[in-house]
Write a protein that binds this ligand. Structure first.
Ligand code: T6T
Length: 314
C-alpha cells in the first residue's frame, strides 16, 4: 500500500543502529506513524526514536502515508490496532479526522503518545510532545521584521487547516503581525503540503501585490515551494522568506540567499522523549501530559556554526 515500512534512515550520532533495532525477548514493541513518509522532519524523529528504543531493548516499526492526509493515515492506524503493538507514537494528520482511529488504538490497550501534531481531544494520549509552534511563528515574524524594519505586506503559506502544528505557527505569526501596525497581513494560504501549489500561491500573490516584503512558510514543503515561487518571480533576495524546518534543501536555499531564516525544530528530541513516555507508561511510572521542545533560528550568520547542529537528517 501507500506506506513505507522500516525505512532506512541515514541517522547519525546516538547509539541506534539506524534501522529497526532488536529488542530481544521481553522487549516492548513500538509502532511509529509519521505524518508523511519521506519528510526529513519525520526521518530525524525516527532516528531519535530508534536510538532511544535500541537503548531500551524495544523494537520499532515505522510507517507513513504517502501524503499528509488523514484518509491515507487512518488505514495505517487501523492495521496497527489489529497487530497490537505495546505502544503507538503518532503525528496525527488532522485534529478531528484522526480522533476516532487513535481513540480505537487506546481502547485496544495500546499506549498512545502524540508526537509533533495533536488532536482536538488528546485525552486518550499518555503524553503530547511538540515544538513551541506559536512561539516559532512569532520568531519567524521577528526575522522578517529585522530584514524590513519599515514594515510592509506579509503572507503565510501553510499546509492545510486542521493541522495543529502549522495552524499554531500561522496563529503565532499573525498575532505578531497584529502587534506591529506597520505590517499588513495578506492572510494564510494553504498549499496542501505540495511544493508546486506553494510556488503557484507565491507567484500569484507577488503578481497581485508586488510590494510583499516577507513570506512565512509554515513547514518544509511550503518553504520549498515558496522559494521556487519567489525565484520564478525573479524576486529572490528582495522578498524575505522565513521557513519552518531545516532539511538539506532549505539549508541550501538559505546559503544561496533565496531563504533568509529557518526555524529548526528538534525532531530527534521529540522522538526520544516520545519513547521515554511510552516506556514510563508501560512500566506504570509517572508520565508528563505535555512536553514542549525548543527551536533554533538558523540564518547565514550561524548556518556553518551552531546552526549546523540543528539541520535535519535525510
Ligand atoms: O513541520 C514539520 C511538522 O512539524 C509538521 O507537523 C508537518 O510538516 C513537517 O513535517 C515538515 O514538513
Amino acid at each position: 500500500g501507500a506506506t513505507a515500512t522500516l525505512m532506512l534512515a541515514g541517522c547519525s550520532g546516538g547509539s541506534g543502529s539506524g534501522n529497526t533495532t532488536g529488542g530481544g525477548s521481553g522487549g516492548y514493541s513500538i509502532a511509529f506513524v509519521q505524518g508523511v513518509a519521506g519528510d526529513e522532519f519525520y526521518i530525524s524523529m525516527q532516528c531519535g526514536i530508534e536510538a532511544a528504543a535500541a537503548d531500551a531493548g524495544a523494537t520499532v516499526t515505522v510507517q507513513g502515508p504517502a501524503k499528509f492526509d488523514p484518509t491515507l493515515q487512518k488505514p495505517i492506524v487501523d492495521a496497527i490496532v489489529a497487530s497490537k503493538p505495546d505502544a503507538l507514537l503518532i503525528a496525527p494528520t488532522d485534529v478531528s479526522a484522526m480522533q476516532a482511529p487513535i481513540q480505537a488504538a487506546a481502547d485496544a490497550g495500546i499506549k498512545v503518545v502524540l508526537v509533533d501534531t495533536t488532536l482536538d481531544n488528546p485525552s486518550m494520549a499518555v503524553s503530547q510532545i511538540s515544538s513551541d509552534n506559536e512561539g516559532g511563528g512569532a520568531a519567524a515574524f521577528d526575522a522578517i521584521k529585522a530584514a524590513h524594519p519599515e514594515g510592509g505586506k506579509v503572507l503565510v503559506v501553510s499546509t492545510d487547516p486542521g493541522v495543529s502544528t502549522t495552524d499554531a505557527r500561522a496563529a503565532g505569526f499573525e498575532a505578531a503581525v497584529k502587534n506591529n501596525p506597520s505590517f499588513t497581513s495578506l492572510g494564510v494560504q494553504y498549499s496542501h503540503n505540495e511544493p508546486s501549489t506553494a510556488a503557484e500561491i507565491v507567484t500569484a500573490a507577488l503578481q497581485k501585490d508586488p510590494d510583499i516584503v516577507g513570506i512565512f512558510a509554515a513547514n518544509l514543503f511550503a518553504a520549498e515551494g515558496s522559494a521556487t515561487g519567489v525565484q520564478q518571480a525573479g524576486r529572490q533576495g528582495k522578498v524575505t522568506i522565513v521557513g519552518f524546518d531545516a532539511g538539506p534543501a532549505q539549508v541550501k536555499a538559505l546559503k544561496d540567499g533565496i531563504v533568509q531564516a529557518l526555524v529548526a525544530q528538534e525532531p530527534a528530541t521529540i522522538g526520544k522523549d516520545g519513547v521515554a513516555q511510552v516506556l514510563a507508561a508501560l512500566k506504570g511510572e509517572p508520565t508528563e501530559e505535555k512536553i514542549q521542545t525548543g527551536f533554533t533560528i538558523i540564518t547565514a550568520d550561524n548556518v556553518d556554526g551552531e546552526g549546523a547542529k540543528a539541520i535535519y537528517q535525510s
